[in-house]
Design a protein around this ligand. Sequence first.
Ligand code: SF4
Length: 414
Amino acid sequence: MARLIPLNAVPPVAEPAPAGGMELSDDLAEVSRLGTVEEMVAWAREVVQDPTFPTVRAWTRSGRKAVAFFPVYTPQEIAHAMGMLPVLVQGAGESIDITRADAPLGSFLCSVSKSTLELALTGRLDPFSAFVFPYICDVSRNLEGIFSRVLPGRPTHMLHLPQNFTSKATVPYLTHEYGRLARQLEAAGGTPLTPEALRHSFSVFNENRALVRELVERKRREPWVLSATEAYLLVRVGNFLPRERHIELLQKALSALDGRSRSRKDSVRVAIVGPFCEQPTLDLLDLLEEVGCYVVEDELQMLLRWYREVPSTGDPLTELARAYVENPVDLGVRATPTTKGAAVLERVRRSGAQGVIFLTAKFCEPALEDVVLYRRALDEAKVPYLHLEFEERSSAYEQSRLQLETFVESILFE
Ligand code: SF4
């Protein structure tokens, strides 16, 4: 008689993590020793590109917990208030080969989904106690299901963000969702959430977002002072650090920038639209400036500047929900089709951009759908634009270089 194999007898498919990677002290005191902008950028580059998550290994070495969040938006304050390190796991960039994740995921999917799963299947996400996926698209929904099977015993959670931002029920709904998330994180080893701890986290995150905005504003005002790649790395590394350490790093970077002098080039000011989830390679960001673009507006690392202040008055989970719902961010993963055309024009106006570059991840449906809305608005306003697609492991940019050079020349000589 055939014997049924119980499901829990199937061994987990994740492998043990390979050895190696950067080693950091438990308290990440390395940040305090960084002096110049160049040192900070080089250190941030090393952390961001290390697929072994050195800051997370350092944090968890003494028994503390870390939780991984898939892009784009999740309220990291909740994990912080529960004593956990919230980390945005946004794929693996160019740092690993895909050898296992292409089995459960189809060919026509974005690279960030594949490399994130590859990190899990190769044991590199072992330092994390829980995984949170916001329901931003069908890919993220399926990824949550696959994670729960390949990493059994570690909670995965799907955060259902609201789609309607005008209903009276939206804030109460999201408050309830955040409560559900807190209960899941508690089950994964977080300390119980208290209003006092959450209010304290608000003050830390408010300060962090203010500094990120200051850096972004600085880049917009004087784009020659730091390159797009430098600004990106200084912001993105915050996703891997306790926010208190990121605050320290940004304060030092901003004051070091005051003494930096760089010559101004005859470049055109551009807004980058589309890379809100999967991130372009650093080579591609470098290329934009090499061909004569100053990036003065972008959608990179929006999580770290989504809204401004979360007030410390009132019920803190409700205030957090209100901050998300009432903040007018128009991105591909937010269902606001009627305001997107006006939003892109406002971003062009505010940043003084002379053109828009759509930089969309290959096979990213939310980004591609929005390009249609944006193009219509830009056509009407006669704002020039160019559309390029990218993948995490792209390395040849000759075609993109030609297209970018032609685009820049068309603006310079119009
Ligand atoms: S890159 Fe696009 S399709 Fe892929 S997970 Fe992100 S939002 Fe979804």
